[in-house]
Design a protein around this ligand. Structure first.
Ligand code: AMP
Length: 223
């Protein structure tokens, strides 16, 4: 690992596996997963001003305003655990967010180690996203077709019997989220390619195969 905290960005449409892979990297490399989607959902649940503004936008599958997202991100980046290095999951999503991230990192003398694009086919994403759910206790991810708990209704990881589904994980909203991805976020692939930090991974395969490809990239870019 480098002495300055590593900064890894996971790019990819909803359903590409950013959250799943970020959680695995967090465990393997001791990095901190920083998901703006999770932070926004927490703000919605807590009923903060930012959460109230974000709620309807998220339910419609559109992007929350840069101002709100950047304020939430700055607060989270100021917390001490981030010094271990971060995996940005779902951020940046617009050109303005990417340039704000550059400024934020420059202030602390940090750089982006790698921006990794998880490449998938849109059609498969609708099925992936509409069938997914998580353990309400530990956050382990499951899927109606692709990953069911070994014992029906019981989380493999922590034994909880409570599960939850995201309000925006339905076929209609996924299509809007995919549109937002292509219009506003996919251009960042070129942005990071121009900076020389872009890596691409075929993310249509098994979770473990994608994880292995990611491991190599993370090791090489943080060596
Ligand atoms: P995610 O959990 O990353 O799929 O994000 C869920 C929703 O939160 C998105 O559909 C957006 O409405 C919102 N969101 C999350 N991250 C961002 C971001 N970086 N910029 C704008 N909106 C975001």
């Amino acid at each position: 690992m480098t002495t300055t905290p590593a900064v890894l960005i996971l790019l990819g449409p909803p359903g590409a596996g950013k959250g799943t892979q970020a959680r695995m990297l967090e465990e393997k490399f001791g990095l901190v997963q920083l998901s703006t989607g999770d932070l926004l959902r927490a703000a919605v649940a807590a009923g903060t001003e930012a959460g109230k503004k974000a709620k309807a936008v998220m339910e419609a599958g559109a992007l929350v305003s840069d101002d709100i997202v950047l304020a939430i991100l700055r607060d989270r980046m100021a917390e001490p655990d981030v010094a271990k290095g971060v995996i940005l999951d779902g951020f940046p999503r617009t050109a303005a967010q990417a340039s704000a991230l550059d400024s934020l990192l420059a202030e602390s003398g940090q750089k982006i180690n790698a921006a990794i694009s998880l490449e998938v086919e849109d059609d498969a994403m609708v099925e992936r996203v509409s069938g997914r759910y998580t353990c309400a206790e530990c956050g382990e991810g499951y899927h109606d077709t692709f990953k069911v708990p070994e014992k029906a209704g019981v989380c493999d990881k922590c034994g909880s019997t409570e599960f939850k589904r995201r309000a925006d994980d339905n076929a209609e909203t996924v299509r809007s989220r995919l549109e937002a991805y292509h219009a506003q976020t996919a251009p960042l692939i070129d942005y990071y390619a121009a900076k020389g930090v872009l890596k691409r991974i075929d993310a249509m395969g098994e979770i473990e195969a994608v994880a292995a490809a990611l491991d190599s990239i993370v090791k090489a870019s943080t060596a």
